[in-house]
Design a protein around this ligand. Structure first.
Ligand SMILES: [Zn+2]
Ligand SMILES: [Zn+2]
Length: 194
């Protein structure tokens, strides 16, 4: 007797003629309960739909707890706020040359507040440095997680340095943090739970 699909549907096991067996749970599956792969038209040969769904869910849960999802969902920020982890003040400084009435000029600095955030440690950044020409740099820098929910992932972390002239931290241009989401999430979790 040919095997019948053992994948559960609301009324019990599916019962349609099986075409294979799931390598994860060992149940027989039919054509419609064979797991589909991410690329359209392809199927995962040896897994049932239930086990594929469980695997995807587990990956999502893991990401939400330990990876990108922990940061982008706002969970990280909420946890830091709830635990009252101290924040630092952030700002940028722009300089303009101001002409003086009787000749000469002087540099005028303007401080632009950039909100607050949590100093989470030193991480790798990729950016272009403009001094004596443009130069691509990969270097470790103090990094801040902003206390500012944003959909733009490049705005979540900021490269900063201590401002010798003022209270707080200077935000430097340099938009791409190159450390992995897992490393960043781990640092934030450590900070929140210590
Ligand atoms: Zn299975
Ligand atoms: Zn079936």
């Amino acid at each position: 007797m040919a095997a019948e699909c053992e994948v559960d549907v609301p009324s019990g096991p599916c019962g349609v003629a099986a075409i294979g067996r799931c390598s994860t749970c060992g149940r027989a599956f039919c054509v419609s309960h064979q797991a589909a792969a991410a690329n359209p038209g392809h199927v995962v040969v040896d897994r049932c739909v239930t086990c594929l769904a469980a695997k995807k869910q587990a990956a999502l849960t893991h990401d939400r707890q330990f990876g990108r999802g922990y940061i982008t969902s706002g969970d990280a920020r909420a946890e830091l706020l709830a635990r009252g982890v101290p924040k630092v003040e952030l700002h940028k400084v722009s300089r303009e040359l101001e002409r003086r009435r009787f000749g000469g000029s002087r540099t005028v600095e303007t401080v632009h507040p950039m909100g607050t955030g949590w100093l989470i440690g030193t991480f790798r950044w990729e950016y272009t440095e403009f001094s004596f020409g443009a130069r691509d740099v990969v270097a470790e820098h103090p990094t801040v997680l902003r206390d500012h929910q944003t959909r733009d992932e490049r705005q979540i972390f900021l490269r900063v340095r201590k401002d010798p002239d003022r209270h707080g931290y200077l935000v430097e241009s340099g938009r791409r943090v190159a450390s992995s989401w897992e490393l960043l999430a781990e640092a934030v979790r450590r900070l929140a739970r210590r």
